[in-house]
Design a protein. Structure first.
Length: 186
């Protein structure tokens, strides 16, 4: 997934978000949401990012890229909304960033989900296209989501299952090996 202002997630700061907003726009990987957005709109974006390539929601930033900050949202509300409104629970992280003047925004990083389709608690499925999140109405797209899930399971299985070992005469006394578990997804 892309990074904000070419910074690693652990090193992201408020000034990095401000620098990104100078030229950055909403696109396949970025969505801006103001503080007053209802839970359903945040849920829609989380589902869409999980079903496609992942992305970031900048909560406390308006569509015109002005930073108004957050007072209605907090990290607990974000976590509760996502956990209560998206099935299965997606892979996400929330970063709270506060500027020197006390303005706080939240950056929600959503990973591309390994088990699509991700669905809202109201049974809606969204995908991210360009700078918007749109409902999936085509059964062909749902088939692609299920195939993506099957492909992910197959890739994991190929990494952890070993073929049967056969030896022509006798099992060697000095046989050893290892399993590399560091990379599950290629």
């Amino acid at each position: 997934m892309v990074n904000i202002n070419n910074k690693n997630w652990d090193q992201l700061s408020f000034s990095d978000v401000e620098a990104f907003l100078i030229d950055g726009e909403e696109n396949t990987f970025f969505e801006f949401k103001e503080d007053r957005e209802p839970n359903e709109k945040l849920t829609k974006e989380i589902v869409a990012f999980s079903n496609t390539y992942g992305g970031y929601v900048l909560l406390g930033v308006s569509d015109n890229k002005s930073i108004g900050g957050c007072t209605a949202w907090n990290e607990q509300r974000i976590h509760t909304t996502i956990h209560d409104s998206v099935l299965p629970t997606p892979i996400f992280d929330v970063k709270t960033l506060t500027r020197a003047d006390g303005i706080t925004i939240y950056v929600i990083k959503v990973e591309e989900g390994p088990m699509p389709p991700y669905i809202t608690s109201k049974g809606q499925i969204y995908e991210r296209l360009s700078s918007g999140s749109f409902p999936v109405k085509d059964s062909g797209q749902l088939t692609l989501f299920y195939n993506k899930r099957t492909d992910a399971i197959s890739r994991i299985r190929n990494k952890i299952e070993l073929p049967e070992l056969t030896f022509p005469n006798q099992f060697p006394n000095n046989f050893c090996g290892y399993i590399d578990m560091t990379v599950l997804y290629d």
